[in-house]
Design a protein around this ligand. Sequence first.
Ligand SMILES: [Zn+2]
Length: 77
Amino acid sequence: MRKVATVKAIYDSDLKQLLQNLGILDKLIAGELSCAVCGCLVDLDNLGTIFPLGNDVGVSCDSSRCIRVVTTTGVTT
Ligand SMILES: [Zn+2]
């Protein structure tokens, strides 16, 4: 749960800047990103985790199940 807390902690300060730097802010706002675990739509309201996924950046929703999968087992492809 530590990574989740990190996301929440930076949410009000520079999360958007971080997302911009990662190149996924526009996709998030446009609704083009989906949870790597359950496949649901992820936007700024339900963003749970951010993690490297190959050469790209993966995200998960804020469901406790999905966050647990990402933070404990990781996501492969
Ligand atoms: Zn999910």
